[in-house]
Design a protein around this ligand. Structure first.
Ligand code: ZN
Ligand code: FE
Length: 255
């Protein structure tokens, strides 16, 4: 009750999110690819950004922060492991930390793999997780700094959230992710119909983010390492899940 999420397209294919609590008037901004489109949304709704939550250190998630802070005296939160390469933080969080946002509990989840210090934010009252470049719509982030085993552990943490959780991820990569997913899981009816709806959404210039965890569990090949049909296709019927995941990630890198 009282929490609203607005998805803000930034740069060519990034997303930032505004999380607004109508009761208190507080607004959190999750990631800052660039300031202008975010300031435009805040101005149009007369929202004051009171907090900024950073998921990881990459430029396309932090580089607009200075301009936001020039307009709003917001508190900045990010991962404790990356204080040396994030903008200066008011609150440095470790995995499983919780903090309060306008009376709503926010849980920090460690999701290394794409970067070693990547974190996600789960807001139960909003039924939403801000996952940036960890779990993405029909995908997961590339392994720039972590191992497949780390990313698999991270994805499992997110997979244990309630299925109705909205997955607010960092990029509009879904159409190309869908093409790849169909090479891994071509007979999955949920994936086939999702791919068609993604094409329709993108043709109308719409956003395919956020999705829901339930939809990702049914269609995202990176979450489906235990699926029998996928294992048969990869000729890995008895391999541990993490090895199947690593094979899917390697194939996507070469796709
Ligand atoms: Zn990134
Ligand atoms: Fe990114």
């Amino acid at each position: 009750m009282g929490l609203e999420i607005v998805t803000v397209p930034c740069l060519s294919d990034n997303y930032a999110f505004l999380l607004h609590d109508s009761g208190s008037g507080q607004t959190a901004l999750i990631d800052v690819p660039e300031a202008a489109p975010i300031l435009e949304v805040a101005r149009a709704r007369d929202w004051r950004i009171s907090e900024v939550w950073l998921t990881h250190h990459h430029d396309d998630h932090v580089q607009g922060l200075g301009e936001i802070l020039a307009q709003f005296p917001a508190k900045v939160r990010g991962g404790a492991a990356d204080t040396h390469r994030l903008p200066s933080l008011d609150h440095a969080h470790r995995g499983e930390d919780s903090f309060d946002f306008a009376g709503h509990a926010v849980r920090v989840i460690d999701v290394p793999g794409h970067t070693s210090g990547h974190i996600a934010f789960y807001v139960a009252d909003a039924e939403a997780a801000f996952t940036a470049d960890s779990l993405m719509a029909l995908g997961c982030g590339r392994l720039f700094e972590g191992t497949a085993a780390q990313m698999w552990t991270s994805l499992n943490r997110l997979m244990s959230l309630p299925p109705e959780t909205q997955i607010c991820s960092g990029h509009e990569y879904t159409a190309s992710n869908a093409k790849f997913a169909l090479t891994i899981d071509p007979d999955n009816p949920a994936l086939i119909s999702r791919e068609a709806s993604i094409r329709a959404t993108r043709a109308a210039d719409g956003a395919t983010v956020p999705s829901t965890l339930a939809l990702e569990l049914a269609t995202n090949p990176f979450l489906r390492a235990s699926d029998r049909d996928i294992r048969a296709r990869l000729k890995m019927p008895d391999a541990p899940d993490v090895e199947v995941f690593a094979e899917i990630r390697a194939r996507k890198d070469a796709f």
